[in-house]
Design a protein around this ligand. Structure first.
Ligand SMILES: Cc1cc2nc3c(=O)[nH]c(=O)nc-3n(C[C@H](O)[C@H](O)[C@H](O)COP(=O)(O)OP(=O)(O)OC[C@H]3O[C@@H](n4cnc5c(N)ncnc54)[C@H](O)[C@@H]3O)c2cc1C
Length: 332
């Protein structure tokens, strides 16, 4: 186990962030040493993967834990994968072995271990549909626990694993060899029609390539442009409580959930008000996707949150809708 003091924490927003302690856990023996260290120091703990969904503080007065487990074992009906394997690399390996269900989740940044935390999803697929079980170490009580899919209590961008004391070190995924594609999502359908794609002869790899093409058109590469993906969730509100003084329902993207409630596309809300937002010098709304905040690599956590709050306030004043931040915001 490596314990580093006052160590930088790399993150995709490129906030200059330092942690009092930064610990790399490389095997299961390390977990007990880690548990003792945590008990002795009584500091806040933050488990990280690749930090593509975390807004880090400039200084974290606590212990950052980076578990490094790179195993990948394919069994008869499931595959066991270590938490630090890159999500996209893993998806490509599943595609190579003709295992279905992962292709729509191509190119989502980050590690395998973080995937169940917010139940990552895209283009009509959620990782919760693929997970068999999640192996964890509880750094508070020093015990191991395996959670079945059901016990993870997955929902839209959420699970029981969020804000927990658990370190996920391994995940078992179901392996499905039956040819079932999920091409219903609107932007996939649009791409297929626009490019005259013959859906009857598509391979898994070709679907993955289509997803990558679509994503590359609208999403910035976090290795080149600092960002954490969607900064706000879509809100669920009562339709008649939306303020329609400035914009009509038809101007918005609404998914009717029942008689009263609708899910509101946050990207469209921001699109409609973004010209009224004064940007500071270091944080901006991404030109191809209004839900994504990008920086010029010089932003602090405070700069990012201040800009996000300006957007939240403007959206609230215009539509009476309170946006909720999607990535984890870590206190200093
Ligand atoms: C350009 C871009 C596009 C994105 N697109 C999507 C998308 O389409 N769909 C989607 O769902 N998300 C998307 N995201 C968000 C991000 O890719 C996911 O949330 C991803 O799972 C984060 O992985 P990570 O390794 O970087 O996790 P981190 O950012 O390091 O951590 C995220 C959360 O997981 C916890 N965590 C991480 N690893 C572990 C572990 N081993 N054990 C316990 N807790 C852990 C952290 O404490 C934190 O709460 C996007 C992000 C970017 C930058």
């Amino acid at each position: 186990m490596k314990i580093l003091e006052n160590h930088p924490v790399e993150n995709s927003l490129q906030i200059n962030s330092i942690s009092k302690y930064y610990i790399e856990v490389e095997n299961k023996d390390d977990f007990h040493k880690l548990h003792n260290f945590i008990l002795k120091n009584n500091l806040p703990v933050l488990v990280v993967g690749e930090c593509t969904n975390i807004v880090m503080p400039d200084f974290f007065d606590g212990i950052v834990v980076r578990p490094l487990f790179n195993n990948l074992n394919i069994n008869k009906n499931y595959v066991s994968v270590g938490c630090s394997v890159s999500w996209h690399e893993f998806v490509l390996k599943m595609i190579d072995r003709s295992i279905y269900g992962f292709e729509n989740l191509s190119l989502i940044p980050g590690s395998v271990g973080a995937a169940p935390i917010q139940n990552i999803g895209a283009y009509g697929q959620d990782v919760s549909k693929l997970i068999k079980q999640v192996d964890c170490f509880n750094y508070e009580d020093g015990k191991y626990i395996t959670l079945s899919n059901k016990e993870c209590n997955f929902s839209y961008r959420n699970s029981i694993l969020k804000n927990n004391n658990l370190i996920i070190y391994n995940i078992d995924f179901h392996t499905n060899n039956k040819k079932i594609f999920n091409l219903e999502y609107q932007s996939i359908d649009k791409y297929i029609n626009a490019n005259n794609v013959d859906v009857n002869n598509l391979s898994l790899k070709e679907i993955s390539n289509i997803i990558c093409d679509i994503r590359n058109l609208v999403l910035p590469d976090p290795k080149k442009v600092p960002n954490v993906g969607s900064f706000f969730k879509n809100s669920i509100v009562k339709k008649d409580e939306i303020n329609t003084t400035y914009f009509k329902y038809d101007d918005l993207v609404l998914w009717q959930l029942d008689d009263q409630y609708v899910k509101v596309g946050s990207a469209r809300l921001i699109e409609l008000i973004k010209n009224d937002i004064n940007t500071n010098s270091s944080v901006f709304i991404y030109k191809n996707h209004s839900l994504i905040l990008i920086t010029d690599s010089n932003a602090s956590q405070a700069d990012v949150l201040k800009f996000a709050n300006t957007i939240k306030q403007k959206v609230f004043n215009t539509f009476n809708i309170l946006l909720e931040v999607e990535p984890m915001v870590v206190a200093s």
